[in-house]
Design a protein around this ligand. Structure first.
Ligand SMILES: Nc1ccn([C@@H]2O[C@H](COP(=O)(O)O)[C@@H](O)[C@H]2O)c(=O)n1
Ligand SMILES: [Zn+2]
Ligand SMILES: [Zn+2]
Length: 636
C-alpha cells in the first residue's frame, strides 16, 4: 500500500538513513492518540526472533533496535519527569527468524549481543526457541543469563551444568524488588509446558512448579517482604483459556493466598496482539511478534494505604488509565484502572510518542540508539545479509490467500521441496518431500531475494531425512493422514478476533502483514467500500474492545493452512510409482513414523542429502535456478 508509507524500498543503505517516513502526518497512517500514563507503566516486547534490523521490506514495521533503544530512553526520562514507574520487559524467543540471528554458529551469537544493547530492560524471560538446540541453551545460560543477572527469570527452566553435573536454573526463579516509586513487586518467568527441548535442559511443568518450596515461600505472606503486585512474565499465551497456556495454574496458586493483590501478566509465544481480563485486579497482555508490535500497558490505583507507592497519583499533562478490568459487575471493589495499546514498530510511532508529531528526527535520536543502528548495519554487512540470489516475480504470502492459490508461499515452496532437495545417490527415484508449515515463518516479497530472506522464510536447521522405497500404497496417503492427525508441526496463527473487512485499492491482499483471523471471505462488515484509506495490518479485538491498535489498520484476509505440505518428483506421468522415497525434515520425524505405523522405526531413517543439508539450504538453490535470470531488472 503506497498511500501511507510509499513503496517498499529495501536497498540496504537507504534503510539506515534516519528520517521520518512520508505519511507520518496522516492520521490514517500513524498514531494520533497520546498514550495513557498511569502510576505503573510497561513497554513489552516478545517473540522478536532476530528481527532487530526491523522489517526492511515493510516500512510500517521498519524501526530497528537502535530506534527502540532511543525510544525506550525517552520513555524512561518521561516517566522520571512524571514521577511514575516504567518497566521494560521481554518474554522470550530471540532466535530463529532472520539472518541476523541465524547465520552464526551457534545461532543468536550476534543477535543477543545487539539485544544486550537495550540494557534498560528490567525483566526478561526465556522462550522455547532458546531451548531447541543444546548449544543455544548453553549460550543462553552462560552468556545471556549472566549478562542480565537477576533480571532474567526462568522459574521453571533448568539446564544441566557440566561443571557440577547437576541441573541448575538458567536464570533466577523469581525477583523481589521495589520500583523507583515504592511498589514492591514479586516477579516470575514461566515457560509453557514445553517438551520439544534438547536433553540439555528441563522444563518443569507449571503444576509442579507451584508446589515447589521456593515458589510457596515467594508467594506466602512475609511481613518483612510485603507484595503490592505480582508480575507474571511468561513465554506462554497471555489469554489463560488458550490451549497450552499455564498462566491460570500460577494465577490460581497466587490467588489462593492473595485474593485481591494485583497479578499483572505479560505473555507471548502465540505471536498475537491480545489483552485478557482475569479478574478485577488481574489482566494479561501479549504484544505480537517479530518487532512488529511494541506493547504498552499502564495502571493506577495504588495509594500509600494499600501499597508502598510513593509516586504521583495521576501524572499530569497526559491521559491516564480509566478503565476498570471488570465493568459489568456491581461487586467491583478493586481500585485499579488500566490501559493497553499496541504500537506499530516504526520510527513515526516512536517519534510521535517520544517527542511529539512534527518534530524533527534530530529531536528524537540519541547517540546510544544511532550507535546500535550502525552496529546492526555493520553486522548485516559482515554477515553478507544483503547478497541477492534472484528476483522473486511476485509476493507470496502464508495466510492471506487460500492454501493452493498461485500466490500462496506454499506453492513455490512445494516446488522447491520437489526440485531442490535432491540426493545425488537417489536422484532418479520417485520421492515425496514433506515439511511442516510451521517451519515456514514469513512471506516472500516481490523483488530481490537476499541471503537474509532465506532465513526469514526458512530459519530452522532441520535436517532432511528419508526412508527409502516405501510402498506407494502406504506413502500415497501420508500427507493427508499427517494433516488429519494435525500433529507436531502445528503453529497456530492465533486466536485473533479481528473482523475481516477489506478496503480495496489500499489493501493488496498479498502485500501487508496479515495479523488477524477472519473467515477469509473478504466480505465487508458494516463499512462502505473505500471509506478510509488505511494502512493494512493488525485489527485487534481484545477484552477491552477494538481500540487497542495505536495506528488504525484495514485488515488483511486470513486463511487457515494445513500443518504439513509436500512436493513430489519422478512420479510416472500416468498412475503411481510402486515405491517412493519418503523425505521429511527431522522436526516431524515422530509424526511421520507414527503414521507409517509399526513396520517403520528410527532404524529405517537416515539423512537424505547429507547430515548437514537442512531446511536452511533448499531455498537459495531454488531461487537461483528459478529466478536468477530476472535479476538485472529486478524491481525494488
Ligand atoms: N526446529 C524447529 C523448531 C520449531 N519449529 C516450528 O516453530 C514452532 C514454534 O515457534 P514459536 O515461535 O511459536 O515458539 C513449532 O511449533 C514449529 O512449527 C520448526 O519447524 N523447527
Ligand atoms: Zn515465537
Ligand atoms: Zn515460542
Amino acid at each position: 500500500c503506497d498511500s501511507c508509507y510509499g513503496p517498499i524500498n529495501h536497498i540496504e543503505h537507504v534503510r539506515h538513513v534516519k528520517r521520518i517516513q512520508p505519511g507520518a502526518q496522516n492520521a490514517d497512517c500513524g498514531p494520533s492518540r497520546a498514550l495513557e500514563w498511569g502510576q505503573f507503566n510497561v513497554l513489552h516486547t516478545t517473540d522478536t526472533h532476530g528481527w532487530l534490523a526491523g522489517h526492511i521490506k515493510e516500512k510500517n514495521y521498519g524501526a530497528d533496535l537502535g530506534d527502540y533503544v532511543t525510544f525506550a530512553n525517552h520513555m524512561k526520562h518521561k516517566a522520571g519527569n512524571m514521577g511514575v514507574d516504567l518497566l521494560i520487559v521481554d518474554t522470550g524467543d530471540l532466535h530463529d527468524g532472520t539472518g541476523l540471528s541465524d547465520t552464526t554458529a551457534p545461532d543468536g551469537e550476534v543477535a543477543i549481543k545487539i539485544f544486550e544493547e537495550l540494557d534498560s530492560y528490567d525483566l526478561l524471560t526465556i522462550g522455547n526457541h532458546e531451548l531447541y538446540v543444546s548449544d543455544v541453551a548453553y549460550q543462553t545460560f552462560s552468556e545471556f543469563s549472566r549478562f542480565w543477572g537477576d533480571r532474567y527469570l526462568t522459574s521453571n527452566v533448568q539446564i544441566m551444568n557440566p561443571a557440577t553435573g547437576g541441573y541448575e536454573y538458567i536464570g533466577q526463579t523469581h525477583r523481589y524488588f521495589t520500583t523507583a516509586h515504592g511498589l514492591r513487586i514479586m516477579a516470575f518467568g514461566i515457560l509453557y509446558d514445553f517438551t520439544g527441548n534438547s536433553n540439555a535442559s528441563k522444563a518443569i511443568k507449571a503444576a509442579t512448579m507451584v508446589q515447589q518450596d521456593w515458589f510457596l515461600q515467594a508467594v506466602n505472606y512475609d511481613k518483612d517482604r510485603p507484595i503490592d503486585m505480582f508480575l507474571l512474565l511468561g513465554h506462554n499465551p497471555a489469554r489463560p483459556t488458550t490451549g497450552g497456556s499455564t498462566f491460570k495454574t500460577v494465577y490460581n496458586a497466587i490467588r489462593k493466598v492473595h485474593p485481591n493483590t494485583p497479578i499483572q501478566i505479560f505473555g507471548g509465544h502465540t505471536h498475537i496482539r491480545d489483552f485478557a481480563v482475569l479478574d478485577q485486579s488481574s489482566t494479561s497482555l501479549e504484544s505480537g511478534r517479530y518487532c512488529e508490535t511494541l506493547g504498552w500497558f499502564s495502571m493506577s490505583g495504588f495509594d500509600s494505604l494499600n501499597s508502598g507507592h510513593t509516586g504521583v497519583e495521576n501524572p499530569r499533562g497526559v491521559p491516564n488509565p480509566t478503565r476498570k478490568a471488570i465493568t459489568n459487575s456491581s461487586s467491583t471493589t478493586s481500585p485499579f484502572v488500566y490501559s493497553r495499546r499496541y504500537l506499530d514498530w516504526n520510527r513515526n510511532t516512536f517519534v510521535y510518542h517520544a517527542v511529539g508529531s512534527g518534530q524533527a528526527d534530530a529531536e528524537f535520536d540519541y547517540h546510544s540508539g544511532l550507535r546500535v543502528t550502525d552496529e546492526i548495519a555493520a553486522y548485516r554487512k559482515q554477515l553478507n545479509l544483503g547478497k541477492v540470489y534472484g528476483c522473486v516475480p511476485q509476493t507470496y504470502c502464508m495466510t492471506c490467500v487460500p492454501f493452493g492459490d498461485a500466490s500462496s508461499i506454499f506453492t513455490p515452496l512445494s516446488d522447491a521441496l520437489a526440485t531442490a532437495v535432491v540426493s545425488p545417490a537417489r536422484e532418479a527415484r520417485a520421492r515425496m518431500v514433506i515439511a511442516n508449515t510451521g517451519g515456514v515463518r514469513f512471506d516472500m516479497y516481490k523483488g530481490p531475494f537476499t541471503y537474509d530472506d532465506s532465513f526469514i522464510v526458512s530459519p530452522f536447521r532441520d535436517v532432511f531425512l528419508y526412508i527409502p522405497d516405501v510402498p506407494y500404497s502406504l506413502a500415497g496417503g501420508l500427507l493427508q493422514k499427517l494433516n488429519n492427525a494435525g500433529a507436531g508441526g502445528k503453529k497456530k496463527r492465533s486466536n485473533d478476533l479481528g473482523a475481516v473487512e477489506t478496503v480495496d485499492s489500499c489493501v493488496n491482499p498479498i502485500a501487508g502483514r496479515g495479523g488477524q483471523q477472519g473467515d477469509g471471505s473478504g466480505e465487508k462488515r458494516g463499512i462502505t467500500r473505500r471509506q478510509v484509506v488505511q494502512n493494512p495490518g493488525y485489527t485487534t479485538v481484545d477484552d477491552f474492545g477494538s481500540d487497542g491498535d495505536d495506528t488504525p489498520h484495514s485488515s488483511i484476509p486470513y486463511y487457515p493452512i494445513p500443518d504439513f505440505f509436500a512436493g513430489v518428483a519422478n512420479y510416472p506421468e500416468a498412475g503411481s510409482p510402486q515405491v517412493v522415497d519418503v523425505v521429511f525434515v527431522d522436526f516431524i520425524e515422530s509424526d511421520v513414523l507414527a503414521i507409517l505405523g509399526s513396520g517403520y522405526s528410527k532404524a529405517n531413517v537416515t539423512p537424505y542429502v547429507s547430515s548437514n543439508f537442512t531446511s536452511q539450504d533448499y531455498l537459495i538453490p531454488y531461487v537461483q535456478a528459478k529466478w536468477q535470470a530476472g535479476m538485472p531488472n529486478c524491481p525494488i
